[in-house]
Design a protein around this ligand. Sequence first.
Ligand code: UTP
Length: 246
Amino acid sequence: MTPAAKAPKETGVTTIVLSLGGSVLIPSLESNELAGYAAVLAGLAERHRCFVVVGGGGEARRFIGVGRDLGIDEATLDEIGILVTRLNARLLVAALGDAAYPGVPETYAAAKACGVAGRVVVMGGVAPGQTTDAVAAVLAEEVGADLLINATSVPGVFTADPKKDPAAVRHGTMTPGELLALVAGERMGAGSNTVIDLVAAKIVERSGIPMVVLDGRRPETVRDAILTGVFEGTVIAKAACRPLPL
Ligand code: UTP
């Protein structure tokens, strides 16, 4: 039997994986950016193959906090966090309506199989010991993404947490190795809050897929970055490379 040939890439179709922090999509259940992101993503999906990995945000941390007070182990707390990310993903799928694949894939293979131009695929967490940043990085590798975007609540990767240290300076560009060195020293428990997790940094380094980290609190920031290439944030890439606009 002849092995199946690798499917050719659809010409002109760019593949984007967006890691969308729960804290930017749903800062609180009452005040959220679901409608705004649904509109932006539906527009982007008309021109690009779009995959979105949604985080758990403050709600996940609240559930994890309650569980930790009960003495529950970290792996189980991670499982609880994953359930919240999938719940947030389900809300975004509902907000996208016909512009989304009508479900939340729980594996990379399932997500890849659902991804076609014109229909956004939305997923949440996959396995304990990481965050949805790592899920997005692995998914980017599996679907052969042209770009990984990390939309978070700070405008890029800083020398220190800018919410705590006023002297923190933003990196305009970094190599994946420099990102890895920066995050390697940070501790990770369930619900931890670092800009990028270590697993994600390792995957980004081995895949070589360019990553952009930007402030996603306004959905229009993500849209404008993709369409115009103008944004405030950090580009992580091996060589001098300008991954945007697409
Ligand atoms: P998030 O990806 O939301 O973490 O996952 P985060 O970095 O706090 O992101 P924001 O605030 O949404 O931007 C929430 C928690 O779910 C568990 C971890 O405990 C994580 O801290 N989780 C998530 C996993 O264990 N595995 C996954 O694949 C995803």
